[in-house]
Design a protein. Structure first.
Length: 348
């Protein structure tokens, strides 16, 4: 985060999060231990370099600060989803997969095949990412209609990943508006917000979810998370030549220095937090008959914004960016997108 810590927007950025007090799930240690077993069971983290990088990320603790009220099984599920999503993200952002639109499309097709069923069927010769997804999907249960919306968000994420891959092939730095819209999907943040309903056992009616008042609050929360991540991951991504980052996009569009662009992003985050608080109040007033469900959902969004900040500021995934190798092949597992035995049993 060296490009922006001295920037004029950084203090305002951090102060804005004061409206979201930090919280920690009491099952954090159990989730961390479970995650080690689950990733080993499915062969997701095998080499020494991959294990060291995975340990630095501390996804179990990340789950515990973003879903502080989930029960133990719910937190296990969230930790596993986090590991899966971030391992996929590394393959797309750091490896050759993200520079190959056709191969990205093939992998996403296998992913959609799993999501189109109940998780009981794994495509023949499925790679580790697909086999482990089938286990996640079997364990992810929610109210009727939830799976359809979740799949919509995964599909949007797949399309956004193809968009990024096409940009990399062409050497195209996207415009700000296109980047902001696609970033909500490449960051899988809609997917993560959907999981609030799973662990909190919510059933938010579709008209409420689709309403403009709720969607405004949701978009603001998603943008806060994604742009905060961009600030903290800037050094890592710059070291790898990655330019799908709001700081880089704004710097390119407006001819700013890295510090100036980062300060601007920090100010944007602060304003979106203020906007979220307004939109939250508007949605609660508009749908007072669903007050309890909405308050629980919004509490989940608040925990996500604050937990993401605390994790991003502490995780060695970003703090050790100066040690990120120019060639990430040392920590990217070939088995994740190659052939793997899919006969693993569920672990707890």
């Amino acid at each position: 985060m060296s490009a922006w810590t001295e920037g004029p927007g950084s203090a305002n950025f951090l102060e804005a999060f004061a409206v979201f007090p930090p919280r920690l799930n009491p099952h954090a240690d159990a989730a961390i231990a479970h995650l080690d077993r689950w990733t080993a069971q499915y062969g997701l983290v095998g080499t020494a370099a991959a294990k060291e990088r995975f340990a630095r990320a501390d996804f179990g603790w990340f789950a515990a600060v973003t879903y502080p009220t989930a029960d133990e099984d719910g937190l296990y599920l969230i930790a596993d989803w986090f590991a899966w999503l971030f391992l996929l993200d590394d393959q797309l952002d750091d490896g050759l997969l993200g520079k190959d639109p056709a191969r990205t499309g093939d992998l996403m097709t296998q992913i959609f095949t799993v999501l189109g069923g109940d998780g009981s069927t794994v495509p023949a010769g499925a790679p580790a990412l697909v086999a482990s997804l089938a286990d996640l999907w079997r364990r992810t249960t929610a109210a009727p209609g939830w799976r359809e919306r979740f799949i919509e968000h995964v599909i949007a994420g797949g399309l956004a990943a193809r968009w990024e891959a096409d940009n990399r092939v062409r050497g195209t730095i996207p415009d700000v508006a296109s980047y902001v819209e696609n970033r909500r999907h490449t960051g899988a943040i809609y997917v993560c917000m959907d999981l609030i309903e799973v662990v909190e056992h919510l059933d938010l009616p579709a008209p409420v979810y689709r309403s403009e008042s709720f969607q405004r609050a949701l978009r603001s929360a998603c943008d806060v998370v994604c742009w905060t991540n961009d600030l903290y991951s800037l050094d890592k991504e710059t070291a790898l030549g990655e330019y799908h980052n709001l700081v880089t996009v704004i710097r390119h569009a407006d001819g700013l220095s890295a510090g100036q662009a980062a300060a601007r992003v920090g100010d944007h985050v602060a304003r979106e937090i203020e906007a979220f608080v307004r939109y939250e109040a508007e949605a609660l007033a508009a749908w007072s008959e669903h007050d309890s469900t909405l308050r629980t959902y919004f509490a989940g969004m608040r925990s996500w914004m604050r937990g993401n900040l605390d994790w991003s500021a502490s995780t060695r995934r970003y703090r050790d960016a100066h040690g990120t190798p120019a060639d990430p092949a040392g920590y990217l597992e070939a088995a994740l997108i190659g052939t793997v035995d899919s006969g693993a049993e569920r672990v707890r």
